[in-house]
Design a protein around this ligand. Structure first.
Ligand code: ADP
Length: 247
């Protein structure tokens, strides 16, 4: 759906900068922290600009309620949820269709990474709570989940990270915010594990030429490599923030 742009909103300036002053290939300021909750086995907070997501991981463990377990591997369960106060208009706290679908998409972005075969007949629960939403919550959620899994000591093949590339006023831009998502022509959320060369989430809303799609994917993968490097630094030191030319 194309929403009419508010008068006066300039998505790309004559100098080629975005509405918040970023260059097309510039990520928002990013913050990452692990070990934020004492009661979870692993936890993390990730901020991409004003988008803030927290993740809590429990397990591998026996399920608290009866649940059909897999004989040869652990079951990954993901709940993505937006807090009622995370959006401009209060969001109904009940899980929406969108949240149920995103929980599945995020689970599938993580499953190829986790060594589930090491923990048969157990569950690993990943709770993702969007505290503040300003675009790119599914991709920030994948990054937060990856950090929280590592913080919990869950064995993984590699770290995974996510970012959304958009097309606004005909220009490809990395790490779109809600304004760019709403008034842009296309949105391409991507999650990947660069260290093992896997893309684990790829969705396209809107229209791109084949050439733009290929360039947008390259831009996403370049950004994800930086995000995953930042995840590694965060796991070593507990907290990292970076932005602009540092990223
Ligand atoms: P993503 O957050 O992964 O980009 P969408 O493209 O569905 O997912 O959403 C884009 C942005 O729109 C979100 O980040 C959020 O800022 C806003 N948004 C999504 N769902 C809602 C909702 N139910 N109420 C208000 N704002 C929402």
């Amino acid at each position: 759906m194309v929403v009419k742009k508010p008068e006066g909103l300039v998505l790309i300036t004559p100098e080629g900068l975005r509405h918040d002053g970023r260059r097309p290939d510039e990520l928002r300021p990013i913050k990452m922290e692990v070990g934020i909750f004492k009661n979870a086995d692993g936890s993390a907070m990730v901020e991409y600009g004003k988008t803030r997501v927290i993740a809590a991981v429990y397990g591998p463990r026996e399920p608290i309620q009866k649940f059909p377990l897999l004989p040869d591997k652990a079951t990954l369960r993901v709940r993505y949820h937006m807090a009622p106060f995370s959006t401009e208009e209060r969001k109904n706290p009940a899980p929406s269709r969108r949240e149920i679908e995103l929980s599945k998409v995020i689970r599938e972005a993580l499953e190829p990474i986790v060594l589930t075969e090491e923990y048969p007949r157990t569950v690993i629960d990943i709770f993702l709570e969007v505290i503040q939403a300003d675009g790119g919550t599914r991709t920030a959620a994948v990054t937060a989940a990856s950090l929280a899994l590592a913080d919990a000591g869950v064995p993984m093949r590699a770290l995974v990270g996510g970012v959304a590339v958009g097309k606004v006023d005909g220009v490809l831009v990395v790490d779109i915010d809600e304004t760019e998502d709403m008034y842009g022509e296309a949105d391409l959320p991507v999650a990947a594990a660069p260290d093992i060369g896997l893309v684990t989430l790829l969705q396209l809303n809107g229209v791109m030429t084949r050439e733009e799609f290929s360039r947008a994917l390259d831009m996403a993968l370049t950004a994800i490599s930086k995000i995953v490097e930042m995840e590694k630094r965060t796991l070593r030191s507990g907290y990292v923030e970076a932005g602009g030319s540092e990223l």
